[in-house]
Design a protein around this ligand. Structure first.
Ligand SMILES: NC(=O)c1ccc[n+]([C@@H]2O[C@H](COP(=O)([O-])OP(=O)(O)OC[C@H]3O[C@@H](n4cnc5c(N)ncnc54)[C@H](OP(=O)(O)O)[C@@H]3O)[C@@H](O)[C@H]2O)c1
Length: 292
């Protein structure tokens, strides 16, 4: 068992990404294995962009049971997978791989239910709202479009390079049951009538940019234009009140950071690998401890 020594029958899972030193997933998963008395271990693997195919083949050859996939490989792994879940196909990104007994593998995107569950915990009901605003058009924005597309009639994707937002909307259009609209992030600053109209109809604003990760100031957003109950959700989880969340909280808007999404994507991956219900509260406590 984890904590009692790794032996010949220990099952191995892990996460590939680059960089990987910051990952909090080993703390969360290894705490869950300990809690359930499972002889499993979760390890971080730094894998460069040129080695993604070799890493997946190597993991299969070494008998790993599964992998999480993080920045920047969530799209790059796709050609190396035998099967994809419907949601991984919809957002064209994978964060969880399962290696099966018959030597095949399959890819899923548990960031989608992870964000959905986190939004629910943060008080956003599943009924379809009018507009969901998504900031950023990078890797994690794909899962966010899929999760938000099930919760709003229209998802507005705002990026500093609007051509990236347009490309994302084009790729995912039809894959989610919502209208996808691309705009320039600068339009959401105070003083822009078009941005004010969008924000006035928003039930949720999600930050999927990496801005604020290191405490840097967030771009100006017209928080006052949003309805009083509009939820501000940040995928960044380095602090409770991130630079994106702070101005919203000061104006009395409900806010939550990305720890809930990290937790629930991990819980879904845990179940995919082990077939066991994840001990969510144990994992949550381990995540919180790992950030201190
Ligand atoms: N909570 C969770 O479970 C979870 C899961 C996944 C990711 N995350 C977090 O989500 C964040 C984004 O991850 P990712 O994988 O999507 O990263 P990514 O693929 O690198 O995308 C980052 C996005 O942020 C934008 N951006 C970066 N700097 C900016 C700035 N100064 N102003 C405006 N936009 C800026 C980028 O725009 P350009 O394309 O113009 O550079 C891009 O749209 C990271 O902080 C990551 O840790 C959290």
């Amino acid at each position: 068992m984890v904590g009692h020594g790794i032996g010949g029958s220990t099952r191995v899972v892990g996460v590939i990404g680059d960089p990987i030193a910051h990952t909090r997933s080993p703390a969360m998963h290894n705490a869950a294995f300990r809690e359930l008395g499972l002889d499993w271990v979760y390890l971080p693997f730094r894998v460069g962009a040129d080695d993604v195919a070799a890493a997946i083949e190597g993991a299969r050859a070494l008998g790993l049971r599964g992998l999480n996939v993080t920045v920047p490989h969530k799209e790059a792994v796709l050609p190396h997978l035998d099967r994809l879940s419907a949601r991984a196909r919809a957002c064209r990104a994978v964060n969880t791989i399962v290696f099966h007994e018959d030597g095949s593998n399959s890819g899923d995107n548990t960031d989608v239910p992870g964000l959905d569950r986190a939004l629910l915990e943060a008080g956003l009901p599943r009924r379809r709202g009018d507009v969901a605003v998504l900031l950023g058009a990078g890797g994690s924005a794909r899962a966010a479009v899929a999760a938000l597309g099930a919760r709003a009639r229209c998802v507005v994707i705002a990026a500093r390079r609007p051509e990236r937002a347009r490309a994302l909307a084009r790729q995912l259009r039809g894959a989610v049951p919502a209208r996808l609209v691309a705009i320039d992030l600068a339009e959401l600053a105070p003083g822009h009538a078009s941005g004010r109209d969008v924000l006035a109809r928003a039930s949720v604003v999600v930050n999927a940019t990496s801005l604020g990760l290191h405490g840097e100031t967030f771009v100006p957003l017209d928080v006052d234009a949003t309805p009083a109950r509009c939820l501000f959700y940040d995928l960044v989880y380095t602090r409770a009140r991130t630079p994106f969340l702070a101005p919203a909280a000061r104006r009395g808007r409900p806010t939550a950071n990305g720890l809930g999404m990290l937790l629930h994507q991990g819980a879904a991956a845990f179940t995919a690998w082990t077939g066991r219900r994840a001990p969510v509260e144990v994992m949550r406590r381990a995540l919180v401890r790992s950030g201190r």
